[in-house]
Design a protein around this ligand. Structure first.
Ligand SMILES: Cc1ncc(COP(=O)(O)O)c(C=O)c1O
Ligand SMILES: N[C@@H](CCCC[NH3+])C(=O)O
Length: 435
């Protein structure tokens, strides 16, 4: 059932809607599976972060982590909303350039950036590279020397913190592939190397401890550790950071069990901790950067499916199979992620049954939702699965040669196709016949 505070509403026909657009009609027009975004929610998510920093009177950049959902239309909205942008690959940078995103507001991440990726970033004079390892420093030094250019960098460090989230989406723990270790001397070595290169403008530190965090504890501890290091570098070398980037990871509500701290409170706690630490070590307050991905795109998106086969295993469970699955939403199979959904064409009906939603891939693990309460389900009902806006389309794949679904943006009562559905021709277009 859709409650009053749910991001999506039910219209007078009893159909689910997004920004005033009837989702049952949308499924008819564009087919299913279909990703639909309510653009008003995306905008409000951006404004919520930006406004909080403004109200606190703090210099900040809110960079959308485009890995969550990187398409030209999405990045155009990010630009309209005054966001900065985090990219982790040449493909994401290319998408940003195609969207004409201002290059000086693009930050590049990656734990194994290639010479080609770094060259593209430097050629385009992007705002900043978040340096991850010594190999990368060497590559950057080489490119800057060859091209006689300069670049702003942050250093990504692993603070050695186990965030309270799934092991696969923890990133700040000691045993991590990301960043320079803060405590074993690597960060100090990298600091000296970056500082001693006049072509590199070392702006400060970056840490991201994990994703889908519900509380500030881990980030506050991270800030404390970063400032310990900054205190040493300030005392020993007079270093004053311009920027402190605390990463993303702000959790969202997938099911009613999820209760993430509201973002303004998250931001307020982080900001006041940074203020206190800066003043205690006697340096000016650095500009704060954050990188939310899921918190911007996640709850704004849903996926529409058509119900096909309905299978009862008497005394065990009822399966309903939909026309998508782990190809358009890998998260349940990868992280045992949980979701909620409703029948978009029976959105005001009361649940009378409990069903499990299966995908159509040839994998027993291709289950989207276990034990979902729904009204009586019939073939051709339209199932809407909520909160698929982040890492849904972004992690979609062509397993079993299922084409990736289309993406539609809805805003102010109208809908626009922003990504076309892949075709079977797309499935084979790079194949070459073997003579
Ligand atoms: C460096 C970095 N920044 C930002 C993010 C965005 O995370 P989220 O979508 O959880 O906000 C990630 C992903 O975990 C990341 O690795
Ligand atoms: N893809 C992950 C998050 C990884 C974030 C990037 N470090 C998810 O769906 O939760």
């Amino acid at each position: 059932m859709i409650t009053d505070n749910h991001p999506f509403k039910v219209n007078s026909a009893g159909h689910l809607e997004a920004s005033g657009v009837d989702l049952v009609q949308l499924a008819e027009t564009y087919g299913t599976p279909l990703y639909v975004y309510d653009v008003a929610i995306i905008r409000e998510n951006c404004r919520n972060f930006i406004r909080t920093f403004e109200n606190l009177g703090v210099r900040a950049q809110v960079a959308y982590a485009s890995k969550a959902f990187s398409t030209i239309a999405m990045l155009q909205v990010m630009n309209q909303e005054g966001m900065s942008l985090d990219v982790v690959s040449q493909g994401e940078l290319y998408t940003a350039l195609q969207a004409e995103f201002p290059v000086n507001k693009i930050h590049m991440h990656g734990n194994n950036k290639s010479l080609e990726e770094l060259t593209m970033a430097i050629d385009h004079d992007i705002g900043c590279i978040v340096v991850d390892n010594f190999h990368e420093i060497e590559l950057i030094e080489r490119i800057l020397r060859d091209k006689n250019k300069t670049i702003d960098v942050l250093m990504r460090v692993t603070p050695g913190i186990e965030s309270n989230t799934h092991r696969y989406i923890m990133t700040g723990n000691e045993d991590s592939k990301f960043g320079f270790n803060l405590s074993n001397g690597q960060a100090d070595q990298a600091f000296l190397r970056l500082r001693n290169n006049p072509s590199i403008h070392f702006k400060g530190l970056h840490a991201h401890i994990g994703s889908q965090l519900f509380e500030t504890e881990g980030m506050l501890l991270t800030a404390e550790l970063l400032f310990k290091k900054l205190d040493c570098w300030h005392t020993d070398y007079g270093f004053i950071p311009d920027v402190l980037n605390l990463g993303g990871g702000f959790g969202i509500r997938y099911t009613k069990e999820d209760e993430p701290l509201p973002y303004p409170e998250f931001v307020k706690e982080l900001t006041s901790a940074v203020k206190e630490h800066a003043s205690s070590i006697g340096i000016p307050m650095p500009e704060i950067w954050i990188e939310p991905g899921r918190a911007i795109a996640g709850n704004a998106g849903l996926t529409l499916y058509t119900v096909g086969s309905i299978k009862e295993v008497p005394g065990v469970r009822n399966y309903i199979a939909v026309d998508g699955g782990m190809t358009d939403n890998l998260r349940p199979a990868l992280y045992q992620a949980t979701y909620e959904g409703v029948l978009a064409n029976k959105a005001s009906a009361t649940a009378s049954d409990t069903v499990s939603v299966a995908g159509k891939c040839c994998e027993s693990g291709d289950m989207l939702i276990w034990d979902l309460p729904l009204p009586d389900v019939d073939e051709n009902d339209i199932l809407a699965v909520f909160s698929t806006g982040a890492y849904g389309y972004a992690m979609a794949n062509n397993y079993n040669r299922f084409p990736k679904p289309a993406v539609v943006f809805a805003e102010n009562g109208s809908a626009q196709l922003v990504v076309r559905r892949e075709t079977y021709h797309d499935m084979v277009k790079n194949d070459i016949s073997y003579e």
